[in-house]
Design a protein around this ligand. Structure first.
Ligand SMILES: NC(=O)c1ccc[n+]([C@@H]2O[C@H](COP(=O)([O-])OP(=O)(O)OC[C@H]3O[C@@H](n4cnc5c(N)ncnc54)[C@H](O)[C@@H]3O)[C@@H](O)[C@H]2O)c1
Length: 400
């Protein structure tokens, strides 16, 4: 017998819920989820969402508003799960109420405003609600994006050889009044980093998924270049992996005699550390239509080729350029962004499995809350660094 659909309430009728959740939930492939309730502070917006589901031939949604609407969802025994797409700092108190009512939760990133709050949030879930078989995932779409997993697989191909170095750019033009910046909670943020946290966690999640040796420490400088995007709109960082990632240089010593004759005079040779650099900015000048504008680019240079991931608005491109004479195969793949529809489907199947007493499929077990605390920790480390080296594990341990 196949599992029944899970019934959910969608909380939030803001920009992102409308641009990404509604289309993802309306996809034919999204067959495990039935949206029963749309919740908002705003009746008109909630009705607009309900109308979109009706126009797509779906069952009529119930509209739930404000505190009375939250009570309605908490008391609705048919609701298995809530999908929370609210300003992230307002999510935790609500999520805790849903856990207490026995609801599974998929909640938008960042998990919390800083490491301390993120760890406390995860601890509360692990201690009290996970043992009651509740599923909680953080909706980090970059953690679920299939093309990022594909990039990780290509890097694992021994033919590519080790990573030598990488650079990540998340560069954005954000004029005063930009649609994202104009949301009240981004316009006057009460959390560290502003856009560097809200938009930066995605890029860090991408590094976590793609790099064989993820960041272990950072040396960074954080700036506010434009007064309308406080508290920081730019981070420039040098990122180092764990010391175990440093290897002997590849290949053999030079076959030219000249090098051997003078080798006694050579300074101590270096070793091979797969370090990287990060540039995050929401302070680009308006240089349209020339790239980079609202562009994320991750370049990873390996011994025998170069892998590039480009996220440009809704399109993801993955390219591998082989070194001449290497065994590496050239790759060029393009995909529309799919993270939200994948995370919804994985979440629904995890809830179905849990309800049926089956284990969750490990191949679909992403959006782990602790991983998204790590994403916040890397941003916090870069914001705090001020030119000093910050060890990410040690920073997290300070709050554990
Ligand atoms: N994964 C991504 O790529 C991505 C992109 C954009 C936003 N997001 C995330 O989605 C969430 C929503 O972002 P958005 O840009 O749609 O924001 P938004 O401001 O457009 O929408 C937020 C919604 O929350 C409501 N709201 C505002 N204040 C509230 C409060 N105090 N309590 C309850 N509800 C409140 C608003 O009425 C609106 O319905 C955020 O957590 C954000 O980080 C993710």
């Amino acid at each position: 017998m196949s599992d029944a659909n899970i019934k959910i309430a969608l909380l939030g009728t803001g920009i992102y819920a409308e641009s990404d959740y509604v289309p993802s939930l309306l996809q034919d492939s999204q067959k495990h989820i039935e949206v029963k309730i749309i919740w908002s502070l705003d009746q008109t917006a909630a009705q607009r969402f309900a109308d979109q589901f009706k126009a797509a031939g779906r069952a009529e949604l119930q509209v739930a508003i404000g505190e009375a609407g939250i009570e309605q969802i908490l008391n609705d025994t048919e609701i298995d799960a809530v999908v929370v797409v609210l300003p992230f700092a307002h999510q935790p108190p609500l999520i805790k109420r849903f856990w207490a009512a026995g609801k599974h939760v998929l909640s938008e990133k960042p998990i919390e405003r800083d490491i301390e709050a993120g760890l406390a949030f995860v601890k509360e879930f692990e201690d009290n609600w996970k043992p009651k078989n509740l599923v909680w995932r953080v909706a980090e779409d970059y953690d679920h994006e299939p093309i990022h997993k594909r990039a990780a697989e290509l890097l694992a191909d021994p033919a590519m050889g080790p990573v030598l170095f990488w650079d990540l750019q998340n560069q954005n033009y954000c004029p005063d009044g930009d649609k994202w910046q104009a949301t009240s909670w981004r316009n006057v943020p009460d959390y560290q980093g502003g856009f560097c946290l809200d938009g930066g966690v995605h890029s860090i999640a991408m590094l976590r998924v793609v790099l064989p040796d993820p960041p272990a420490s950072v040396i960074a400088s954080a700036s506010l270049h434009r007064k309308h995007t406080p508290p920081h709109d730019t981070i420039v960082a040098l990122v180092l992996p764990d010391s175990g990632a440093t290897k002997e240089p590849s290949g053999t010593s030079s076959k030219l005699d000249i090098a051997r004759q003078h080798s006694a005079k050579l300074p101590e040779p270096g070793r091979s550390t797969p370090a990287g650099t990060i540039t995050f900015t929401w302070a680009l000048p308006n240089i349209e239509p020339r790239a980079p504008q609202n562009l994320q680019v991750l370049n990873i240079t390996c011994l025998n080729g170069k892998l590039t991931l480009v996220n440009n608005e809704g399109t993801r491109t993955l390219e591998v350029v082989p070194a001449i004479g290497s065994q590496v195969k050239a790759v060029k793949e393009t995909s529309r962004k799919k993270g939200v529809e994948v995370e919804l489907a994985y979440f629904a199947r995890a809830v179905q499995a849990t309800k049926a007493g089956r284990p969750i499929d490990p191949k679909e077990d992403f959006g782990k809350p602790m991983n998204t605390v790590w994403d916040v920790a890397v941003i916090q480390a870069m914001l705090q660094s001020n030119g000093e080296k910050v060890d990410i594990k040690q920073l997290i341990a300070q709050y554990a």
